[in-house]
Design a binder for this molecule. Structure first.
Ligand code: ATP
Length: 565
């Protein structure tokens, strides 16, 4: 058992599942390889090619908006452009099925050069070493540049952030900007990007700053748990793109420090999360009850890897004649991630985790622990597991809603740097965080909702890289048996027989799935013949008695809101 974990973790870290596979399974027969299946990223793998090196030493790029008097800061410096994307194998995404639905869908592009994003942004894209657009970017960017509203669903780690940032920055750079009132202390951003967690907002802001470097477009972030005065000072220096968590933004709107009157672009990242029970009232307040222009007068873009039908229905309130885009199936996990599920009794979880970590360390490069993200159900559970890991010689830290913002940020930094290579987290870290080199995601406690599982495991296997995800399963997770088995099967993973047996015994749904039963949400809910805004209609997703928003009882309900902003 230990050997197989070691192999799996090592392979995930080095991206060499193909090697394991080519051993014919003789030495590594228990490794999580799929004997006949070859994931897309390993098929016809081309020789590694160096992306063209951007010239960083030249003169600053011309600003496409000559005469625009806005601030010129973007990324703090060119050092903000890292080498992370060098050599990424984006062929991994080539054969992912893409579906669009809506009127007059603009055609996709194959290269960034085909789109007029503006010189300064194009240069930044090269500086980021983005050689070609990912599928979600190929479709989304022309749709957004055509001024269309969009609901986009694409797998974790597939580049959704750039997909909404590029058109926003380009639109602001090249658009005819409205005159914004001057003199008052209220600020009037042109674009608003909302995300559910502080850390994700910070990350989106970092990305937006890089993309907007020397474009004249200034991005500012506001989020809870950090001093508001500092954020006010940043706002007063000028803001075109405001990245925010809902709570802090409502505060600023109520104090009339921010007006949404001039908003031209609204993007909701993790849109299904933003519209579920925890956040919906705040989002409605921001979008519908303040001074933001209505749908049709602003451009609205919603992004997530998961989009339950009821959330789609609700989201349509915010959109006007929108295009629905799916890259892969809605809510599917990427098959860059090797998924394993282990039957582990509640009382054995710690020792089992210890076995995994020992094996992983033994096989790590120079005995180093690969970055491992361990998800648990509760904040208390996170603290106690962290303590226990540290006592047992595994440097760990934790991120959850009871920690101060400073502690949360420190934990993330320490994890990213490898100083504490194990991060124990609640769902606060489940969505959006793009941490390079996470080799292994362990669901120590499985979530109650398969969509949450998809987001959690999506912290590995990003941007064309491979990853490993392990789930501990026992009778407490019966309600997940079928959806987990289905998801794994869909992602061409090996589903253990015992899980299939549990699934057939479990009454599917278990009252906790937003997805409902039978089919995964694979399409635009408007195509459902039963779609009728005035009636509840039949559930396309069929099966479960519990499907649907109203009955959602997953980990994000009111009891867990403190884990979020
Ligand atoms: N065209 C591209 N070329 C190379 N790397 C890219 C490209 N687009 C995005 N990336 C990189 O891919 C990684 C994942 O992107 P991003 O965080 O936007 O994924 P996501 O789809 O939003 O994931 P999630 O659903 O987890 O939020 C990032 O490190 C980003 O820099």
């Amino acid at each position: 058992m230990r050997t197989s974990w070691a192999d799996a973790a090592e392979n995930a870290a080095t991206g060499s599942f193909d090697n394991a596979r080519s051993n014919g399974g003789s030495e590594r027969s228990s490794a999580p390889t799929k004997s006949s299946y070859v994931p897309p990223h390993l098929r016809n793998r081309p020789p590694p090619s160096e992306p063209p090196a951007p010239s960083l030493g030249g003169p600053p790029p011309g600003n496409d908006r000559s005469g625009y008097g806005g601030p010129t800061s973007g990324a703090d410096s060119e050092h903000a452009f890292s080498d992370e994307n060098t050599g990424i194998n984006f062929d991994a995404y080539e054969d992912i099925p893409v579906e669009t639905n809506g009127d007059n869908v603009p055609p996709p592009v194959n290269t960034f050069a085909e789109i007029d994003l503006g010189d300064a942004l194009n240069l930044n894209i090269r500086r980021c070493k983005y050689v070609k657009p990912t599928p979600v970017q190929r479709y989304t960017i022309p749709i957004s540049l055509a001024g269309r509203d969009l609901m986009a669903c694409a797998q974790t780690g597939s580049g959704k952030t750039a997909a909404f940032c590029f058109p926003i920055i380009s639109g602001i750079m090249q658009g005819h900007l409205p005159q914004r009132p001057r003199g008052s202390r209220t600020v009037f951003p042109l674009a608003l990007i909302l995300s559910p967690t502080r850390e994700l907002s910070v990350q989106i802001h970092e990305e937006a700053k890089k993309f907007a470097y020397q474009t004249g477009v200034r991005a500012v972030v506001v989020y809870g748990g950090a001093p508001i005065n500092q954020q006010l000072r940043e706002l007063e220096r000028g803001v075109e793109i405001l990245v925010a968590t809902p709570g802090r933004l409502v505060d600023l709107l109520e104090r009339a420090k921010v007006s949404l009157q001039m908003i031209r672009y609204l993007a909701l990242d993790e849109a299904d999360r933003m519209l579920d029970m925890g956040f919906e009232p705040q989002i409605r307040k921001i979008v519908e009850q303040m001074d933001m222009p209505p749908p049709g007068e602003r451009q609205t873009m919603l992004f997530s890897a998961t989009f339950p039908r009821e959330i789609q229905r609700m989201a349509s309130d915010f959109l006007s004649n929108y295009i629905f885009l799916t890259v892969g199936r809605v809510g599917s996990s990427t098959d860059l991630i090797v998924q394993r599920v282990e039957y582990v009794h509640e009382s054995d979880k710690r020792s089992h985790l210890m076995d995994l970590l020992h094996a992983q360390r033994a096989n790590g490069v120079q005995g180093k622990q690969a970055l491992t993200l361990v998800f648990v159900e509760t904040k208390k559970g996170a603290d106690s597991l962290e303590h226990w890991l540290c006592l047992n010689g595994f440097p760990a830290t934790t991120i959850h809603g009871d920690r101060t913002q400073q502690e949360r940020e420190m934990a993330l930094r320490s994890f990213k740097s490898g100083n504490t290579p194990i991060l124990v987290a609640t769902d606060v870290a489940a969505r959006g965080l793009d941490i390079p080199h996470v080799a292994h995601v362990i669901n120590f406690d499985l979530p109650n909702d398969i969509d949450d599982y998809v987001h959690r495991i999506g912290r590995t296997g990003r941007a064309g890289k491979t990853g490993l995800a392990t789930a501990f399963f026992n009778e407490n997770n019966m309600s997940m048996a079928k959806s987990l088995g289905d998801l794994m099967q869909e992602a061409n993973q090996e589903v253990p027989d015992w899980l299939t047996r549990f699934a057939s015994r479990a009454s599917y749904g278990g009252g906790k799935s937003r997805r409902g039963g039978g089919h995964f949400g694979s399409r635009d809910f408007r195509r459902d013949s039963s779609f009728n805004r005035g009636s509840s209609g039949n559930d396309y997703y069929g099966g479960g008695s519990s499907g649907g928003y109203g009955s959602y009882g997953g980990g994000n309900g009111p009891g867990a809101t403190s884990a979020w902003d």
